[in-house]
Design a protein. Structure first.
Length: 123
């Protein structure tokens, strides 16, 4: 493994915010259509708000990584403010309702207490 490959594995990848991606993101049967802000999972297609789409994009670009609140706030909301992260928590709750079979027992988008969130694509 080269140094660049190693760094890409450990460094979170930013979203494509501000760019118009034409290629949907795919992860083990899931498809995130960034242009139309729609995710297709085993439960069917779900429309997403712009913020939910950005949030899911960041998670899908970083599967298997723990993303801290600071990184997520900067990538999705373009802020370094961490005084009140309820905005992030509420959006994660809404996103779970879109992608999880049981949002109260999440399998794909899990909380890492005191740190942030971990996304694992379905197998």
């Amino acid at each position: 493994m080269t140094k660049v490959e190693f760094e890409e594995r450990i460094q979170p990848q930013p979203s494509t915010r501000g760019k118009r991606p034409s290629v949907p993101l795919r992860a083990n049967g899931w498809t995130l259509d960034l242009r139309n802000r729609q995710v297709v999972t085993g439960n069917g297609a779900q429309k997403l708000t712009p913020m939910l789409c950005r949030l899911l994009e960041v998670f899908m670009r970083n599967p298997g990584k723990v993303l801290d609140r600071g990184f997520l706030m900067k990538e999705v909301w373009e802020t370094n403010y961490l005084g009140d992260t309820r905005t992030l928590e509420v959006h994660v709750c809404w996103l779970r309702k879109k992608i999880e079979d049981d949002p109260y027992r999440p399998r794909y988008l899990r909380t890492v207490r005191g740190v942030g969130y971990h996304f694992s694509a379905p197998e």
